[in-house]
Design a protein around this ligand. Structure first.
Ligand code: SF4
Length: 79
């Protein structure tokens, strides 16, 4: 909500390890967003809401680690 995690991912420590529980990965962003209780999930249009589930305050999509190997992802076989 306040970008404390996204800030570190985009311009933070020299090395970063992201630990991801087995319940987190989904096939695409649309599936991820569908778990939220927001107007856009229900009507496919932004209503500039004040929902507590609102994620569009600050969010990022990381396509690739730069520099190489800065970000490492550990998938954990538990929720
Ligand atoms: S403000 Fe964000 S969460 Fe709310 S409806 Fe618009 S896109 Fe969805």
């Amino acid at each position: 909500m306040v970008a404390n995690r996204t800030a570190a991912i985009t311009f933070g420590p020299r090395h970063m390890i992201i630990c991801v529980g087995g319940n987190k990965p989904v096939h695409n962003a649309t599936v991820a967003w569908s778990a939220l209780n927001t107007p856009c999930v229900k009507i496919s249009r932004c209503m500039n809401c004040k929902s507590p589930d609102r994620i569009c305050n600050t969010w990022i999509i990381t396509e690739k680690s730069c520099p190489k190997h800065r970000i490492r992802v550990i998938l954990i076989n538990q929720d």
